[in-house]
Ligand binder design. Structure first.
Ligand SMILES: [Zn+2]
Length: 187
């Protein structure tokens, strides 16, 4: 898996496109949570569930299906919205959360270690990796991580994830500024 920092950054970046009648900071935390939540399945190791089992690490909790279910449940939380949200706001919040949640398995499928990701569970037990896996896999657990070559892990995540996220953020800010300027000129 990439580190929790990288999954969290993806969630935060996705939340930038928060719909108008959502509470931006609440949505930001919700997106961050759903982006990191799939790795809670490491508890499967403690429960004696094998890695390759559908309920094992990188299995069901990392699937697209689980991401959509989690996003649907989270999008029902009223605190994510300002009063009187419309269907567009609700759909927008769902889209942000679903993208953040599903991004986790997709990112893991770009890593170069561990077992593949059960992206299509519960419909197919096959474990997937993308054809290119440029991201250096991170060790599971803080102890193992600190005793691994974490510099090269973070460097690989910075290059393949953090920089593209920074690029997206800058583009998004530029578009917002341009739209604001255009709006104030046409008033
Ligand atoms: Zn993961």
């Amino acid at each position: 898996m990439p580190t929790i920092i990288t999954h969290a950054l993806v969630g935060i970046t996705v939340a930038q496109v928060a719909p108008q009648r959502s509470r931006r900071s609440a949505l930001l935390f919700a997106a961050l949570f759903v982006a990191v939540a799939p790795d809670l399945d490491v508890v499967a190791f403690n429960l004696g569930i094998p890695y390759s089992h559908p309920w094992g690490h990188r299995g069901m909790a990392h699937s697209i299906f689980a991401g959509i279910v989690l996003a649907t449940a989270m999008a029902c939380i009223p605190q994510l919205y300002k009063p009187k949200p419309g269907w567009r706001d609700r759909a927008g919040v769902f889209a942000v959360l679903a993208t953040a949640a599903v991004s986790h398995g997709m990112l893991d499928a770009l890593t170069n270690g561990g077992k593949g990701i059960g992206l299509l569970l519960p419909f197919s037990a096959e474990r997937f990796f993308f054809p290119t896996q440029p991201i250096q896999v991170s060790a599971i657990g803080l102890y193992s991580f600190l005793h691994s070559d974490f510099n090269s892990v973070l460097l690989s995540e910075a290059m393949w994830v953090w920089l593209p996220l920074l690029g997206l953020t800058l583009i998004h800010q530029a578009i917002r500024l341009a739209a604001k300027k255009h709006g104030s000129r046409s008033e």
